[in-house]
Design a protein around this ligand. Structure first.
Ligand code: SAM
Ligand code: SF4
Length: 371
């Protein structure tokens, strides 16, 4: 295993030099389409294996959710600066073939506004995991508004899983939160995902105090009836309008208390997933809570992110970014790209410090990073 922590002692330096020699003797880049016969897990300075790549494929969106984007005045990235499908696939291929990444999630902005999305899915599905010798799992997070038009094509192209975001089951409130009157379209999108055979389907719900915190049980009931899993997400300080404050966070504990007062539940053991999952004791499904603010899951974080214009980030809240686009567009080799990714992962921090005085908000808001 490869540890990228900077050396702190002579002994450690010597040990790392030995490991470095060994690694330098490994074959460099793979030819396009060539499958790796070996891989090495990519390990960060805190011994966490990095294996989940989240790719934002656009910064644009057909919604303007209050907790994410401003009503107006968003500065869009120029189209020619956005990574092409070929460039996105190349980064994904490097991560999977060299380090055995096991999952790719497409996000944004709103990924479904990108034209020819099934073509991207099909290209990503050509990547074979050296761990399983099978194609990799591709998932996507979407607001669902146009999903009814795309569900079957995306499924046919190989998309494995989908998370659909919906923060209220009341049309008026949905409109207030998203600034778009698209509640019915999202409901149709959820039904289309079910009909197309996606499973499990997760429903992302951002919970804000005094906004939608009275709907926890309704969402639980909705999930039980539809056979989908709500995932309640604590509101994070990534809203473009910078209106976040700790008192607007409705905590995971409060969410669990509200639901368990109606439906008996038990916690299912937590893996590397950020969500703690609870199952209903009557067997009618489960829900998850993502306590990013009150109980951060940084200790088990296995994620890295690629923004729509090719900046590599090791945390949602990272301040430092590593630009891969110049290498992609100016003839950089796979090895050079891998080196920058390793350098970035070597600086991955232990965790964010939301709520503490030393917390620094990243300059980008959620839709510009890729949630
Ligand atoms: N547009 C797609 C969507 O909304 O599903 C994908 C991108 S969106 C940035 C990804 C996820 O981040 C969504 O589930 C959204 O609700 C969530 N999100 C956005 N801003 C957030 C915030 N400030 N705190 C917590 N979650 C947030
Ligand atoms: Fe768009 Fe998703 Fe952000 Fe809402 S949360 S504004 S749907 S990117």
């Amino acid at each position: 295993m490869r540890t990228l922590r900077p050396p702190v002692s002579i002994k450690e330096k010597e040990l790392l030099a030995k490991i470095g020699d060994k690694l330098n003797n490994l074959p460099s880049g793979l030819a396009p389409g060539q499958q790796s016969d070996h891989y090495e897990p990519l390990v960060d300075p805190f011994n966490r294996v990095v294996k989940d790549l989240r790719i934002s494929i656009t910064d644009r969106c057909n919604f303007r959710c209050t907790y994410c984007m401003p009503q107006e005045g968003m500065q869009w990235i120029d189209r020619h600066e956005i990574l092409t499908f070929e460039e996105i696939t190349r980064i994904a291929r490097i991560c999977v073939e060299r380090w055995g990444f096991d999952g790719i999630r497409l996000t944004g902005g709103e990924p479904t506004v990108r034209a020819q999305l099934p073509r991207l899915i099909a290209k990503l599905k050509e990547i074979v995991s050296p761990v399983t010798n099978k194609e990799i799992e591709i998932s996507m997070t979407t607001n669902g508004a146009t999903f009814r038009l795309l569900a079957h094509d995306l499924r046919d192209a190989g998309l494995n899983r989908v998370n659909i975001s919906c923060d209220s089951l009341h049309r008026d409130r949905f409109y207030e939160m998203t600034r778009r009157d698209q509640f019915e379209r999202v409901m149709e999108g959820i039904d289309a995902a079910i009909e197309a055979g996606f499973a499990p389907i997760k429903l992302n719900v951002v919970v804000m105090r005094n906004v939608n915190d009275d709907e926890m049980v309704d969402f639980a009931t909705f999930g039980r009836e539809k056979g989908i899993q709500p995932r309640f997400i604590e509101f994070m300080p990534l809203d473009a309008e910078e209106g976040w404050s700790l008192d607007k966070v409705y905590s995971a504990d409060e969410i669990v208390a509200a639901i368990s007062s109606v439906y008996p539940i038990e916690a299912i053991t937590k893996g590397s997933e950020p969500a703690t999952v609870y199952r209903y004791l009557d067997g009618k499904g489960s829900f998850g809570v993502i306590p990013s603010v009150t109980k951060p899951f940084c200790d088990s974080c296995d994620r890295v992110r690629l923004t729509a214009e090719g900046k590599f980030r090791t945390c949602l809240f990272a301040i430092e970014e590593f630009d891969l686009r110049p290498l992609l567009r100016e003839g950089g080799s796979d090895q050079e790209i891998a080196d920058v990714i390793e350098q970035a992962v070597g600086k991955k921090w232990a965790g964010h410090s939301i709520g503490n005085v030393n917390f620094i908000r990243p300059k980008r808001s959620m839709s510009q990073i890729g949630g």
